[in-house]
Design a protein around this ligand. Structure first.
Ligand code: ATP
Ligand code: MG
Length: 656
């Protein structure tokens, strides 16, 4: 018990100890919301108020769910058959699988693995463009409608009512939407489900099938939701069915971190919680335990500029940690120069002893990762790309998943063959090999397949009885929450995928008008721009200690000029302050590679021990000398005198 309450402040304790029933924690970033709910679950279960198996905790990403399970385990209340911590989709998938036969008998359903194909067929029949962009926009619009609980028939009227800008005339979207839904139903009634269908059907079954609802509500009695500001109406609908007449619900959230409005998410449920549950225990937290006062100061300045309804809920964060370095603002001639300089700074931090896994580079859109992947590769710094729009939507990964799904269905597989071998048999024809291939595209493909193989290896070693079907189910559920397998390296992530996470050092890159705020938001107007500002706030508040905000004045060398982001006002960036000085990008040179396994040598461990960090072969004298010289050069690169951020006026002059 004392363990569970250790390291909690009085407000956090109040939330942890609140009696069963509705609890709402409204608080800013880094104030310990996630810590508080895990402790609350631990407290409720270890004090015997509720059985661990009766708790269902939902979060929005698989990684967050995994982290919560980890934290619960370390509090001694995790483990198999215990508290369920899952994403909404994973929870729904599990429930649907369980209840479906009971309700629909022989009728079958399957997860739709290529939604764009079906949308494209529908668009084609309606006579609309089937270009990639058009199909993606239509699919996004259908997703929004479904998450907002709007069907094809009510769509046109609804968007007219709220004045929503639609990717195609509303009647056409409605037609595509209706056709898309029909195309997912086979002649014999079998169905394909997209991710929203998982939520919609589960909700529907619980709403209409009394026996099912009773069984479910008997099983789960206590619900916890993290990041509640980003719940969608369809998710809230499911949550309501889970609850039934009960009110044992703990929610935590920060309206100022609402960053998924475009998918239909809304902070209204968070902000209206105490109206819905007048007896709720309401707790506000304002001490920030994550970041230095310098980072907290910047976060307050950024969100202080916010306007509109959500801004009214603003809480000022009070930094609790010891002082740290000032945030750095840095401007570069173009994107590649920015990426090279960031890589140099990353190398310097690693030299100083910051673990690579404690460093993140965050950007607005996934395509921005390219420059940084290149620069980090050249600097020999290991990295992982998160926020897997990149990973599970990659062609080779989709092909692999299709291959695995097919293999899992076959019943003529060699008996005795293990999952790892069967997986390899699917991946090798797609390009998996022991040798790293040449060429960026081939390498990217190979990397994805290798990551997939490594993931299956891990799953197999955790579960000796793993079947190919389990693998397919697990991959589908990960694909749903869009997360790539993790390795220990610098994290590259979109700002959206960084929600809820923290690192010692954070680089927010590409802070130009058009990237953050993104140009579509500038076109869409006030609400969209405010959401971009919140995204900036989410980015700033991921940093524990080191924070650098940077931008390039063109996309590429000699490219069209860009201005620094409108969010970097003189209030946010004190012009000419020492904070705005940074080392000029030094030329990034590759470090030497191990002669045995080919791994690029980076860290001080290799230099000190004279061994490769990976394989671990002894380094010969020449290689060791080369490594030491390279490390000295990297160290020199950061000593080049800094330059100052230009004022808005100068920037405008350059842009014109
Ligand atoms: P976000 O809004 O970004 O999701 P959060 O409110 O969920 O943030 P947590 O991730 O729970 O915040 O906590 C932020 C950091 O502060 C974590 O490293 C956590 O361990 C630490 N922390 C939380 N509460 C305390 C406390 N009372 N004392 C010391 N450290 C704390
Ligand atoms: Mg959190």
């Amino acid at each position: 018990m004392s363990d569970i309450l250790d390291g909690l402040d009085p407000e956090q304790r109040a939330a942890v100890l609140a009696p069963r029933g509705p609890v709402c924690v409204l608080a800013g970033a880094g104030t310990g919301k996630t810590r508080t709910i895990t402790r609350r679950i631990a407290h409720l279960t270890s004090s015997g108020q509720v059985n661990p198996g009766q708790v269902l905790a939902v979060t929005f990403t698989a990684r967050a769910a995994g982290e919560m399970r980890g934290r619960l385990r370390s509090l001694g209340v995790g483990g198999a058959g215990s508290v369920q911590a899952q994403t909404f989709h994973a929870a729904a998938l599990r429930q649907l699988r369980y209840f479906w036969p009971q309700v629909f008998g022989e009728l079958r359903w399957e997860l739709l693995d290529n939604k764009f194909q079906v949308v494209s067929r529908a668009a084609n029949r309606v006579g609309l463009s089937t270009s990639k962009e058009s199909v993606r926009d239509l699919a996004g619009e259908i997703e929004w409608a479904k998450a907002s609980l709007i069907g094809p028939s009510g769509y046109a009227e609804h968007v007219a009512e709220i004045g929503r800008e639609t990717p195609q005339p509303a009647d056409n979207v409605a037609q595509v939407f209706a056709l898309y839904e029909r195309l997912k139903v086979g002649e014999n009634g079998d169905r394909l489900f997209d991710f929203d269908d998982l939520l919609i059907y589960t909700t529907e079954i619980l709403r209409t099938e009394r026996a099912v609802a009773e069984e479910f509500r008997e099983r789960y009695r206590c619900f916890v939701v993290d990041e509640y500001q980003d719940v969608t109406p369809v998710q809230q609908g499911l949550l309501d069915e889970w609850l039934g007449a009960r009110d044992d619900l703990t929610v935590v959230g920060d309206a100022n971190q609402t960053i998924y409005s475009f998918t239909g998410a809304t902070p209204s449920y968070l902000l209206d919680f105490t109206r819905r549950f007048p007896d709720a225990t309401l707790v506000r937290l304002e001490r920030d335990y994550r970041s230095t006062p310098q980072v907290v100061g910047l976060a307050n300045r950024v969100i202080g500029q916010a306007r509109g309804r959500i801004a009214g809920t603003r809480l000022r964060l009070l930094g609790q940690r010891p002082a740290g370095p000032e945030p750095v603002f840095a401007e570069y001639p173009d994107g590649p120069a920015e990426a090279a300089a960031v890589a140099t700074r990353v190398a310097a931090l690693i030299e100083q002893g910051v673990a690579a896994s404690e460093i993140a580079i965050l950007y607005r859109i996934n395509a921005q990762s390219e420059n940084h992947e290149q620069a980090l590769t050249e600097a020999g710094i290991p990295y992982q790309v998160r926020g897997g729009e990149s990973f599970y939507t990659r062609t080779e990964v989709r092909q692999a998943m299709r291959g695995l799904t097919e293999a899992a269905r076959r019943d003529d597989l060699p008996a005795d063959a293990d999952v790892v071998t069967l997986t390899r048999a699917v991946l090798v024809p797609l390009g998996l090999s022991d040798e790293e291939p040449a060429g960026a595209q081939a390498r990217a493909r190979w990397e994805s397949l290798r990551a997939l193989a490594a993931l299956v290896d891990d799953m197999a070693s955790a579960n000796p009885e793993l079947t190919l079907r389990n693998v397919v189910a697990e991959l589908n559920s990960r694909a749903e929450s869009r997360h790539p397998p993790t390795v220990q390296g610098v994290t590259l992530s979109s700002l959206h995928a960084a929600k809820g996470l923290e690192w010692d050092a954070v680089f927010l890159v590409g802070l130009t008008d058009g990237s953050l705020p993104i140009s579509q938001a500038i076109d869409a107007g006030f609400d969209a721009i405010e959401e971009e500002r919140r995204l900036f706030y989410v980015g700033v508040t991921r940093a524990r200690e080191h924070l650098q905000v940077s931008w390039g004045l063109a996309r590429n060398e000699g490219g069209r000029p860009r201005r620094r982001s409108r969010f970097l006002t003189d209030d946010v960036v004190p012009d000419g302050s020492p904070a705005s000085r940074i080392a000029e990008p030094g030329p990034v040179r590759r470090g030497p590679s191990c002669r045995i396994c080919g791994t690029r040598l980076v860290g001080s461990a290799a230099a000190l021990l004279g061994r490769c960090e990976r394989c671990p072969a002894d380094l010969d004298e020449d290689l060791l000398a080369e490594l030491k010289q390279w490390r000295a050069e990297v160290a020199d690169a950061k000593k080049v005198p800094g330059f100052t951020v230009l004022s808005d006026k100068t920037l405008t002059a350059i842009a014109e």
